[in-house]
Design a protein around this ligand. Structure first.
Ligand code: MN
Length: 297
């Protein structure tokens, strides 16, 4: 996927201002600027080429590419789901919210059988990363009626409590996946395979769970959303629940809470800090994120 373009001086100034708080020193003579956050890195070369990298690379790239009137290359639809898994009854598990300063972490395990495939095709189930929030809500509402699933919402409050006790993000994810999977396997004993969208090595996954009896028969895949529709469905339902939770929190605090962990998030967080004080963040945000240090050093 293409995530670079050449920028003019005017827009370069805008970009430098926008990412200012993420600026990192560099001594590579070919590079004008580097900006780095937890989930993206932006490199501006002497040639005025701007390169976006990291998990949020494409989102950041799209923002600027559209603003600059560049021809936007939409993500290639490579997920034909054309593999042998379509013949199996599969529980897929995925999580969201782990890169978002505001809001909970949501994990969902969803069950998809071969008989569901044509219905899911008709609904146009695909990688949720290529879908707008509106599409997620529309499809999420349909999926929760259409297939079996189990969803877990870890509130910011609970997340902060766990990280305070020494849990890291991956351990929290592993626990949530394991719990959701067990709930589904209990109810659907005819399942043939469990796929987890891989976020750490299988060894580490089971090491995080070494003090309990985890469900072990797992197939790990990176980019699993495009490998089997069960993971795509899990991801869509998880994002749907996440959006509902964000709406709820936004209403409670009377400010629209943005997703992600970038500059717009810091801007809103500063407003909240002034209006409500630092103590509210434990109920709405993941306070061990760097955002917290940046806004309240
Ligand atoms: Mn995932």
């Amino acid at each position: 996927m293409k995530t670079d373009f050449v920028i003019d001086d005017h827009h370069l100034q805008q970009l430098v201002t926008y990412y200012g708080s993420y600026r990192e020193e560099n001594d590579d003579p070919r590079i004008l600027y580097t900006f780095k956050s937890d989930d993206f890195r932006v490199t501006v070369y002497q040639t005025k080429k701007v390169l976006f990298q990291g998990v949020k690379a494409y989102e950041e790239y799209l923002k600027w590419a559209k603003l600059l009137g560049k021809e936007v290359v939409e993500p290639m639809v490579t997920q034909s789901y054309d593999n042998d898994y379509v013949k199996e009854r599969i529980i897929g598990s995925d999580e969201v919210g782990t890169g978002d300063f505001f809001g909970p972490i949501v994990v969902c395990a969803a069950y998809v059988r071969p008989s569901d495939i044509s219905m899911l095709n008709d609904l146009d189930v695909r990688d949720s990363k290529t879908m707008t929030d509106e599409a997620i809500i529309r499809l999420g509402e349909q999926l929760i009626e259409a297939i079996p699933y189990h969803v877990l919402v870890l509130s910011p409050e609970k997340y902060n409590q766990l990280t305070g006790e020494g849990y890291n993000m991956n351990k929290i994810k592993a626990y949530l996946h394991d719990h959701a999977i067990k709930k589904m396997v209990e109810k659907h004993s005819d399942v043939q395979r469990v796929i987890v969208d891989q976020f750490t090595t299988p060894e580490s996954y089971f090491r995080y769970l070494s003090d309990i009896q985890p469900f072990r028969k797992i197939t790990f895949h990176t980019k699993a959303e495009s490998i089997h529709r069960s993971v795509a469905c899990a991801s869509i339902i998880a994002r749907y629940k996440f959006l509902l939770e964000m709406e709820k929190l936004s209403k409670e605090i009377d400010i629209h809470l943005p997703k992600g962990s970038g500059a717009p998030v810091d801007a809103i967080a500063k407003v909240i800090l002034l209006k409500h004080g630092a103590h509210v963040f434990k109920n709405i945000a993941k306070i061990n994120f760097k955002n917290m240090e940046r806004i309240n050093p």
